[in-house]
Design a protein around this ligand. Structure first.
Ligand SMILES: [Zn+2]
Length: 135
């Protein structure tokens, strides 16, 4: 029984850090979890509470709604000069420009220098970023 315990030792090591300690709540890797969001402890070092929620209930429900719309394939598409941009409800932006040989499935992978270069070469690209709410 694991009553009253917050962690246990698992047979399978964590793929990220190799630790075999897991949280009872959710079976996530204990080491990764506590490094990311430290647990609240009392003066004797005993765990007193789980970390505070990152989002409010309404914020979480709004995110679920966005993900649901994304899964159903809803996206906004707009064309700026040679560029065709499409953005998903969760804010993922993909950029296509067949004439220029540009095909970026996820614009967040582009570096600042790459974006800057595209903006200097093609003024329409700035309009695209404005449309997507990036500038
Ligand atoms: Zn881990």
């Amino acid at each position: 029984m694991m009553a009253g315990r917050t962690k246990y030792t698992s047979d399978t090591p964590c793929g990220h850090c190799g630790s075999t300690t897991r949280t009872v709540y959710g079976a996530a890797c204990w080491t990764c979890q506590t490094t990311k969001r430290p647990l609240q402890r009392d003066s004797r070092g005993k765990v007193s509470a789980w970390p505070a929620a990152l989002r409010s209930r309404d914020g979480w429900l709004a995110l679920c709604e966005q993900r649901k719309r994304e899964r159903s394939g809803q996206r906004d598409t707009c064309t700026f000069g040679p560029f065709t941009a499409s953005s998903t409800p969760t804010g993922k932006l993909s950029i296509q420009a067949p004439a220029l040989g540009v095909s970026v499935p996820d614009a967040s992978t582009l570096s600042f220098d790459q974006l800057n270069k595209l903006v200097r070469l093609y003024p329409e690209f700035l309009e695209l970023l404005e449309w997507a709410g990036w500038v």
